[in-house]
Design a binder for this molecule. Structure first.
Ligand SMILES: [Zn+2]
Length: 304
């Protein structure tokens, strides 16, 4: 396979993929958010549908071009962010898999949140992995491969992605944002902890607007420095927030606390708060309401 240079670091994973044994029909790509799972999945998807000559993906055939533009009809993404992949969705995927590809030689199913499949959904997928049509290929993405049943894992080639070094991260960020100052790039490379996706998000503002950043800075200071009454007031106000805004605020607050660790804030208390914020952030994935989040944030923060 060629084009692996789009993935930073991860030399072991690259060696395995470039070994030239041909492509597998099912992959599990695991690693923390921002470690390059989607980047690698995109490359694998292109390699699977490529109709050009030589090593795939050629990058210039109609299939590669459509895949790059995100409009290839034979690359199907299943499950949007924030929603579990249900057994009904996997059954629908199964019926779809028996319809032959439209344009490419293969049909590629991308499951960006494969870890959200429950046991029945995974078993339905397993049947397809075992008995599905030979042209069907599957790219399962999960933060932790342990969330995938061993029976499913045994049918897939597993590739684990890891964070890259700070130097590698900085080189990638510098190439993507040539107009940024060395200081800004170094800061993002340090804060992203080897996760390029996070570094890119930091430099792009991360979808976290300046307003969210300001609010997060204020929340971090209130929770760690007080006064308690103002912290309580702020947290109570969060009850009315939308889930997505709350997620962004919690994630950005973690970033802000990290940035001030050992300088503005004592490490032990800062780490305790980060643990608490991450726990609350995760609970939001399970449809916990904003009222509860506000309550937990108030209650837990004073005991740091
Ligand atoms: Zn091609």
């Amino acid at each position: 396979m060629r084009g692996l240079e789009v993935l930073a670091g991860n030399s072991q994973a690259k060696r395995r993929l470039s070994a030239g044994r041909g492509l597998s029909h099912a992959y599990i790509l695991s690693g923390p958010a921002g470690s390059g799972k989607r980047t690698l999945a995109g490359l694998l998807a292109r390699a699977l549908v490529c109709s050009g000559a030589g090593e795939a993906p050629c990058g210039s055939c109609p299939d590669c071009r459509k895949a790059l533009a995100g409009i290839h009809p034979d690359i199907v993404s299943i499950g949007e962010d924030g929603k579990d992949i249900s057994v009904a969705m996997v059954r629908a995927l199964r019926s779809d898999a028996y319809i032959r590809p439209n344009e490419a030689g293969r049909k590629v199913y991308l499951l960006p949140n494969a870890h959200t499949m429950n046991q029945s959904a995974q078993n339905a997928l397993l049947k397809l992995l075992e008995e599905g049509p030979p042209y069907a290929a599957f790219l399962l993405l999960a933060e932790n491969a342990g969330a995938i049943l061993p029976t499913v894992r045994s049918r897939c080639e597993s590739i684990a992605l890891s964070p890259v070094t700070q130097e590698e991260a900085q080189a990638v960020l510098a190439a993507r944002f040539p107009d940024r100052s060395a200081e800004e790039l170094a800061d993002a490379a340090r804060r992203c902890e080897g996760l390029i996706g996070r570094g890119l998000a930091l430099l792009e503002g991360g979808g976290h607007t300046r307003e969210v950043q300001d609010q997060a800075r204020r929340l971090a200071a209130l929770l760690l420095e007080g006064p308690e009454l103002s912290a309580l007031e702020f947290c109570t106000g969060l009850e009315k927030w939308e889930r997505e805004d709350l997620c962004a605020l919690l994630e950005e607050t973690v970033e802000q606390v990290c940035a001030g660790l050992g300088r503005r804030w004592e490490v032990r208390r800062g780490m305790a708060l980060i643990g608490r914020l991450e726990q609350i952030r995760r609970s939001l994935d399970f449809h916990v309401g904003a009222g509860h989040v506000a309550g937990w944030l108030c209650a837990g923060s004073f005991s740091l």
